[in-house]
Design a protein around this ligand. Structure first.
Ligand SMILES: Cc1cc2nc3c(=O)[nH]c(=O)nc-3n(C[C@H](O)[C@H](O)[C@H](O)COP(=O)(O)O)c2cc1C
Length: 206
């Protein structure tokens, strides 16, 4: 079983990464393989809305998005982490998630997910809500913890002092491991995935 933890911060080794490391350690202690996927600090384009991905399954822009999509099939769980920028997720993570999730609900359906945010002081729940929206529209199983998944700090040393935040991350890791193992056990005893319905699309102009 494998979980990818996406670091949506421009800082490879900052606060968001520190939070993700705590989740990662706990997952590893439960025998779950992990990979931290850093978005980097180069610009990530927003979605062009060109629909190119409908034909190829890949994004027309060659960058981290396609690199990530290649990994999704073989991955059982996802943690998307972001610093809070103006009470929202980082611009790069927003662009990245738009392009990763657009038209790809089936790729993520019935997989496990959680968001994690890091802020100096405020806006954490707004950013956390933002991340969760991608999961809930993609038939994902969203994992919680003992608090909303956030840490506080401007530096990773400050995050180190946020004992409650780090505990929230460990509990999240343990909860995610338990769900992943339960899903595996269910598969092994013949519990089938939920039946799919033919998609109904309505709009509000007629
Ligand atoms: C452009 C920008 C906007 C920010 N906006 C907020 C904010 O709205 N609320 C807050 O508490 N911290 C804000 N911060 C601080 C970061 O969220 C915080 O230091 C975070 O823990 C940094 O994580 P990182 O080291 O992974 O990048 C902002 C930082 C930047 C660069």
């Amino acid at each position: 079983m494998k979980v990818i933890l996406v670091n949506g911060s421009p800082h490879k080794d900052g606060c968001t990464n520190r939070a993700l490391e705590e989740v990662e350690k706990t997952l590893n202690a439960n025998g779950i393989e992990t990979e931290i996927f850093w978005l980097g600090n180069k610009a990530i384009s927003g979605c062009l809305g060109c629909g190119g991905c409908n034909n190829t399954g890949k994004c027309v822009i060659a960058d981290k998005v396609n690199e990530f999509i290649d990994k999704v099939k073989e991955t059982d769980g996802f943690v998307f982490g972001s610093p809070v920028h103006f009470a929202a997720i980082s611009g790069s993570l927003s662009s990245f998630m738009d392009r990763v999730f657009y038209g790809r609900g089936n790729l993520f359906a019935n997989k496990v997910a959680a968001g994690v945010v890091s802020c100096r002081r405020g806006g954490a729940t707004a950013a956390f809500d933002e991340i969760n929206k991608y999961f809930f529209i993609s038939n994902m199983i969203v994992v919680g913890s003992s608090y909303w998944n956030m840490v506080h700090g401007s530096t990773k040393e400050q995050v180190e002092e946020d004992e409650e935040g780090l505990q929230t991350m460990r509990i999240l890791g343990n909860n995610m491991a338990w769900i992943l193992k339960s899903i595996e056990a269910g598969k092994n005893t013949g519990i089938e995935l939920p039946k799919k319905e033919k998609s109904i699309k309505t709009n509000f102009i007629r």
